[in-house]
Design a binder for this molecule. Structure first.
Ligand code: GLN
Length: 488
């Protein structure tokens, strides 16, 4: 492969220097990514839509500004967005038949912020339908394959974003995380993934799944890049009343190799019997690295309500989903089936438009919210939520971060959990308590088991992404897992 074709290998911070010094143009970089997409898509299948012409036009625009010495941090940097983020003029399917040909008339706030920075949208990533799933096999269109082993899943629901970042189709990607959908696939694909604090990033234009849990966040090749993307997408937004009026720091200012004195807790509920012992060993090794760097580690922390988190999540998330998905009735937009009565038209539209997992969630949620069951299910789940938040608050009064594996196993073979929803749900057992509590967590590459990446999850207190980035950066400086790439 010639040099010009290798630009896709760059990180954002490397590309940024070359773009600024005009040693590289955004068009060359964008072209290189588009060629990479062409070369890898036949095996990885990460993308639902590629918008090549739009991307090249955006890159020319960026080059003009760059040549005048202007330009924000992400000017001219090509990226990929999960297909749950509305992109004006570019099809946004949510991995569902029901939105198969939906072209939004507006863009999500995060997309608008990236547009304003001059970042280049290459395409839209595959996902589990409406972000419900852990393997991207619930996409209505096709499954995505893990770049490290094409017979395995990339994780989900943002599996397309994770696989695209790992196979270097774009320099970064955006995903959404309701119960683990950024961190689990980032871990499975060996890239960095951050679920910000609830309220840190505007959800306007993110098609809602569980509105009290959803957050948008970045997939990047390393921690520096994660900080750069967080700088661009964070902050309050007038269109999302849940976005927090909290100042956004320069996240790159926390990238320090010095973590001496950092207090780390290791919660025992995250090292359970059913987990892969080799994953556990990799995480123990990673914790020892943090300890060697000067952090103090307490291995005897307990968050007892964690045992109820999965059950509570599978009440809260489907309940919110059942309400959020009521809007897809085929009347104003999206897929629509005609019938003799409007009731039948709606029933048929939803019957044919939604896949099995989405229907399962709608039924679960409707049941949990129905009169007579509300107290037994929804209310009880909210009580668990309260307890879990309290336990995290208590833990963060003593520790700066909590360290756990991102997932109990590495990526599993395609098809292996499709017939067993419970097994699929268990794959998020370590990630979903974080959404329930609304706190931030990052996953960083921390080794391999049978050639598949292992992710370490660092959790922090609300709006303390700075501590996560600092610890993740120090770990990354002491290891080289993040520099390994799949052979494609
Ligand atoms: N896998 C979990 C679910 O299916 C989480 C999904 C997500 O974070 N969007 O609900």
């Amino acid at each position: 492969m010639s040099d010009t074709q290798q630009h896709f290998r760059l990180s954002i911070h490397e590309a940024r220097e070359l773009l600024r010094s005009r040693q590289l143009s955004s068009r060359e970089l964008t072209q290189s990514c588009l060629e990479r997409i062409e070369a890898t898509e036949p095996s990885v299948h990460a993308l639902i839509t590629v918008c090549a012409e739009r991307a090249l036009a955006q890159s020319d625009e960026a080059d003009k500004l760059l040549s005048r010495g202007e330009g924000a941090t992400l000017m001219g940097i090509p990226y990929i967005a999960k297909d749950v983020l509305c992109t004006e003029g570019v099809k946004t399917t949510c991995g569902s038949r029901i939105l198969e040909s939906f072209v939004p008339p507006y863009s999500a706030t995060v997309i608008r912020r990236l547009d304003a920075e001059g970042a280049v949208l290459l395409g839209k990533a595959n996902m589990d339908e409406f972000a419900m799933g852990s393997s991207t096999e619930h996409s209505a269109f096709f499954p995505t394959h893990n770049p490290w082993n094409l017979d395995c899943v990339p994780g989900g629901s943002s599996g397309g974003s994770a696989a695209a970042t790992a196979s270097e189709q774009g320099l970064f990607a955006l995903g959404s995380d309701t119960g683990g959908s950024i961190r689990q696939p980032a871990g499975f694909c060996g890239v960095v993934g951050l679920k910000p604090t609830y309220g840190r990033v505007s959800r306007f234009g993110l098609v809602a799944f569980g509105s009290s849990l959803d957050q948008i966040g970045p997939f990047t090749k390393d921690v520096e890049d994660c900080a750069l993307v967080m700088n661009a997408i964070s902050g309050q937004c007038e269109h999302d009343s849940t976005s927090a009026p909290i100042e956004v720091p320069d996240f790159t200012s926390f990238l320090s190799e010095d973590i001496r004195g950092l207090k780390i807790g290791v919660p025992r509920e995250y090292f359970i019997d059913g987990m892969d012992p080799e994953v556990r060993a990799r995480i123990e090794d990673a914790i020892s690295v943090l300890e060697r760097l000067g952090a103090s580690v307490d291995r005897d922390v307990s968050l007892p309500s964690t045992q109820h988190a999965l059950a509570a999540y599978y009440i809260i998330a489907p309940s919110e989903a059942s309400a959020n998905l009521a809007r897809f009735d085929g009347v104003k937009y999206g897929f629509s089936v005609d019938s003799t009565s409007s009731e039948m038209a709606i029933a048929n539209t939803r019957g044919e438009g939604f896949g099995d997992e989405v229907k399962r969630r709608i039924m679960l949620g409707t049941y949990a919210l129905s009169s007579g069951y509300y107290d037994a299910y929804y209310l009880k789940a909210q009580k668990v939520r309260y307890l879990l938040r309290q336990e995290f608050d208590q833990a963060f009064a003593r520790y700066d971060i909590l360290v756990t594996p991102t997932s109990p196993t590495v990526a599993f073979p395609l098809g292996s959990k499709l017939d067993d929803p419970m097994q699929m749900y268990l794959s998020d057992v370590f990630t979903l308590p974080i959404n329930i509590a609304g706190i931030p967590a990052i996953t960083v590459p921390s080794g391999y088991v049978s050639g598949l990446p292992v992710g370490m999850q660092l959790m922090g207190n609300r709006f303390r992404e700075d501590v996560l980035l600092r610890a993740a950066y120090a770990y990354q400086k002491a290891t080289d897992w993040h520099l390994q790439r799949p052979r494609l």
